[in-house]
Design a protein around this ligand. Structure first.
Ligand code: 3PG
Ligand code: MG
Length: 419
């Protein structure tokens, strides 16, 4: 495999798939530039080596071309600021202008293509199929998009001499720009530094961790975290389960959870997880108490209650004081810590203190020599909100990709470079 570190970029145009799917506010300003900042070293490496750069990314999930809300033009100022130089914006990814701009690109220059998902070909899934389409029509549409996808990939590939995949956050998607395009660059494809760093960090944690190894899993739904919980049970010594999932586990064991988030159809799954953990000798910790509220609102009345004895009309929105203490104590005893998902509704200040306490305990453990890896949009947003990102060992740019990789799945974006 080629490496970005050794490759000779002199006079070469490198097309770099980045994941600049970043959050924007209502003024279209980037609220968390983590993913852009992460990609800067890869871009600079190509430029310093004498090459030029064509950046390509998706933003959000647009369903049609030229939907300005999803235009990458909004993030041009953020890229320029972090990169420290002006970039060219192509305004499209397929048009003549994009092709001309790529052709005329000079060493040291950087251009950005428009949101790849403006074209259905990026994902390779038919759009505009009517609700009542027959199976035959669906098959036709699928065939048509696969055919036009080939042209799409070919055109993207024609812009460059080298392909670099640095979009770890999108590596779990088998899309045109993340996987298929690699076939056009047999001898000139490689990972960027983000990809290399992410894979090394996660491999380090899962293959040869310092023990005890703890996973802290938050989030609202058991149904969306079940595969990762099961996969991690094969690796970790203990798991802290926090967030809305708590109440499904409490209710499954006969607890009262009021109007807390709860998935009754997941009760058997929850009980099976507890059984399995017991059989394997893995400790699972829950918040024994919660901060409960009489409404899902910053203005709600709040009080603390046992997580399995929440009155009607009240819902658990954060962990309680006792849980903060016991989680901290447990975290401080661990040598490797993985954290995915907040333990409360941290977006509202009133319910952020549990997630903050967890973050503080991880920072404290890290200072004492533990290795800590934080991943997933919400936990990364939380650690940034608390200003603690530089006090943990590694902050991943991946959400779904990180979880799938930890589950042991092969990521299409990784496989395409390796094969
Ligand atoms: C993400 O933020 O999850 C990645 O950028 C991938 O986006 P997607 O989930 O819309 O494919
Ligand atoms: Mg996603």
């Amino acid at each position: 495999m080629k490496s970005i570190e050794n490759y000779d970029f002199r006079g070469k145009r490198a097309i770099i798939r980045v994941d600049f799917n970043v959050p924007l506010d209502d003024k279209f300003e980037v609220t968390d530039p983590t993913r852009i900042r992460a990609a800067i070293p890869t871009i600079k490496r190509v430029l310093a080596g004498g090459g030029s750069v064509i950046l390509m990314s998706h933003l959000g999930r647009p369903k049609k071309n030229n939907d300005d809300k999803y235009s990458l033009r909004h993030i041009v100022p953020a890229i320029e600021e972090l990169l420290g130089q002006k970039i060219l914006f192509a305004g499209d990814s397929m048009g003549d202008r994009a092709a001309e701009m790529a052709r005329d690109l000079k060493a040291g220059e950087v251009m950005l293509l428009e949101n790849l998902r403006f074209y259905a070909e990026e994902e390779g899934k038919p759009r505009d199929l009517s609700e009542d389409a027959t199976d035959e029509q669906k098959a036709e549409a699928k065939k048509a998009i696969k055919a036009s996808q080939k042209e799409f990939v070919k055109r993207l590939a024609s812009y460059a001499d080298v392909y670099i995949n640095d979009a770890f956050g999108t590596a779990h998607r088998a899309h045109a720009s993340t996987a298929l395009i690699a076939d056009y660059f047999h001898n000139d494809k490689m990972f960027g530094y983000v990809m290399e760093g992410e894979l090394n960090a996660i491999d380090g944690v899962l293959r040869n961790p310092q023990r005890p190894l703890l996973a802290i899993l938050g989030g609202s739904k058991v149904s969306s975290k079940i595969t990762i919980i099961e996969a991690l049970m094969e690796k970790v010594d203990s798991i802290i389960i926090g967030g809305g999932m708590t109440y499904t586990f409490m209710a499954a064991q006969g607890g009262r959870v009021g109007s807390s988030i709860c998935e009754p159809d997941q009760f058997p799954t929850a009980l099976a997880i507890l059984e399995k953990a017991k059989a394997k000798g893995i400790k699972i910790l829950f918040a024994q108490d919660s901060l409960i509220a009489d409404a899902f609102s910053e203005n709600a009345n709040t009080k603390e209650a046992p997580s399995n004895d929440i009155p009607d009309g009240w819902q658990g929105l954060d962990i309680g004081a006792e849980a903060k203490r016991s989680f901290r104590e447990h975290i401080l005893g661990c040598k490797t810590i993985l954290w995915n998902g907040p333990v409360g509704v941290f977006e509202m200040d009133k319910f952020a203190s549990g997630t903050k306490a967890v973050a503080e305990a991880i920072v404290e453990a890290t200072a004492k020599g533990a290795y800590s890896l934080i991943g997933g949009g919400d936990s990364v947003a939380a650690i940034n909100k608390f200003g603690m990102a530089d006090k943990v060992s590694y902050v991943s740019t991946g959400g779904g990709a990180l979880l799938e990789y930890m589950e042991g799945k092969e990521l299409p974006g990784v496989a395409a470079i390796k094969k």
